[in-house]
Design a protein around this ligand. Structure first.
Ligand code: HEC
Length: 174
């Protein structure tokens, strides 16, 4: 029986013994790596991706779908039902346009309230002006007033766009 006090343990491992130990260690390491690689790759292959809905042909095509599609459309073809609610679609752009006009032109002064311009959403600044009535404000905005340039300095804007932008600012300050 080998105990820690045996002469063999005391003299340490022989060259042959340590060579065997290194060889066993090396084999163990290689085996470990092989098992790890198998484990890593099997986690993909063992899962049957063909049956997964996210990997279905349609789902993949939907993910790969281009942002825009070019097609030939027959304007006389019957329209899909989804295209019907025209009334809602027509109402939205004018509100968006007023906001766009404000953001693109009017906010330069009215956003922060520079040069004495009544600031957007500032009830105290807008109150007395709103009291004059919308028509007066339209005229000021279209023709200009003191430091307020005609049409906010953008003469290409239609009167109706200016009016919409005025309404937009007035609504925000009510
Ligand atoms: C260059 C700066 C500037 C821009 C851009 C600008 N405004 Fe003004 N606006 C002013 C100033 C300054 C006043 C205050 C004028 C005053 O009462 O003396 C004012 C006042 C107004 C008033 C109140 C007028 C009144 O009679 O009390 C309205 C309405 C108005 N602006 C609308 C607009 C609209 C709509 C736009 C965008 C299309 C716009 N403004 C762009 C500077 C600007």
């Amino acid at each position: 029986m080998i105990t820690s006090s045996s002469p063999r343990a005391q003299r340490g491992m022989s060259t042959v013994e340590s060579a065997i130990a290194v060889a066993v260690g090396a084999i163990g390491m290689v085996l470990g790596i092989v098992l790890l690689v198998q484990y890593a790759t099997s986690s993909y292959t063992s899962r049957d991706s063909r049956n997964e809905t996210s990997m279905s042909h349609d789902a993949i095509m939907a993910r790969l779908k281009p942002v825009g599609e070019i097609g030939m459309y027959d304007p006389n073809a019957p329209q899909p039902i989804a295209a019907k609610p025209v009334a809602i679609a027509a109402a939205a752009p004018s509100a968006n346009k007023a906001e766009a006009t404000f953001k693109g032109v009017c906010s330069a002064c009215h956003g922060a309230g520079v040069m004495g311009a009544p600031k957007f959403g500032d009830k105290a600044a807008w109150g007395p002006r709103i009291a004059k009535g919308l028509d007066v404000l339209y005229v000021s905005a279209i023709k200009g007033k003191n430091a307020m340039p005609a049409k906010g300095g953008n003469p290409t804007l239609a009167d109706d766009d200016i009016k919409a932008a005025v309404q937009y600012m007035v609504n925000a300050a009510k």
